[in-house]
Ligand binder design. Structure first.
Ligand SMILES: [Zn+2]
Length: 278
């Protein structure tokens, strides 16, 4: 059975509390420990969106050898929760340098961080304060980052360019091929998920087809972004085959090859992940 590495999931999300498998309500823990998950998934990065969910992401990863955590403050959380950037960045740094984090195989990145100009009103200055503060932490602790860029392509590229030593992934990529090439030139990766299966996503599929395979990361962004034909349902990592089918067809390779290359890519970028024994 082909196994895929999911570089972007949110298993602490409330939507998973009512998740049902074979018609039975099971919740996130039972789903993660299910046979379906073990047969389909080689690894998962559970990505926090604020301090609380970052802690939850670490807790869920702690008992599972295939699961890792990213800790960070999402731009929407940054501007909506009337948080003070200085205080929150200190709390985040405490998390990164905490005893739990000393098990370095578990916290593998800072994320998700970035800009979201979709939801109005936008406080660009506050989002920038959090984004740059977290990029500085990534530099200090030599951690890769997971970037959320929604309708902010120019500012996102300009901001990460201020930190040339920091590498990462632009997750759920929605930019142009030109911006993707510039990111790749700077050592970055491009995250692709359910959106490549959407009916109206011809432009994204053209970008995905033009990307070098060694810079593509697979992701779900679950419980959101369910691929076709699961639209409207709760997404999860075992639905990655539907994304992989589209990507492998675009690149003229089989799913086994795509799974191998994208897993290697994940290990190259998130280099705190222990190398699996084969
Ligand atoms: Zn996400």
């Amino acid at each position: 059975m082909v196994k895929y590495f999911d570089t972007h999931a949110h298993y602490f999300d409330k939507k998973f509390e009512e998740f049902s498998l074979d018609g039975e309500a099971v919740g996130a823990d039972a789903l993660l420990d299910s046979e379906l998950m073990h047969e389909t998934v080689s690894g998962i990065i559970n990505v926090g969106t604020n301090i609380e969910s970052s802690r939850a992401a670490i807790d869920q990863a702690a008992g599972r050898d295939f699961m890792y955590a990213a800790v960070g403050i999402h731009p929407e959380d940054a501007q909506n929760l009337s948080l003070d950037a200085g205080v929150e960045l200190e709390r985040l740094e405490a998390l990164i340098s905490s005893p739990e984090a000393l098990d370095k195989h578990k916290i593998v990145a800072i994320g998700e961080i970035g800009f979201d100009y979709y939801w109005q009103p936008v406080d660009k200055a506050k989002q920038a304060e959090f984004f740059e503060g977290q990029l500085a932490l990534a530099q200090k602790y030599s951690l890769p980052v997971i970037v959320h860029d929604r309708e902010a392509h120019g500012d996102s590229l300009a901001t990460v360019s201020k930190f040339p030593d920091v590498k990462g992934v632009f997750h759920a990529y929605s930019g142009s091929i030109e911006t993707a090439r510039e990111l790749i030139r700077r050592g970055w990766y491009i995250g692709l998920g359910g959106a490549v299966t959407f009916k109206n996503a011809e432009r994204l599929r053209a970008v995905a087809a033009a990307l070098p395979l060694d810079r593509i990361l697979l992701e779900t962004d679950c419980p959101y972004m369910s691929p076709v034909p699961h639209r409207g349902k709760v997404n999860h990592s075992a639905l990655l085959p539907d994304v992989a089918n589209v990507l492998s067809r675009l690149h003229g390779i089989d799913c086994t090859e795509l799974a191998r290359i994208t897993e290697e890519n994940a290990h190259r970028l998130f280099d705190r992940i222990a190398v699996p024994e084969r």
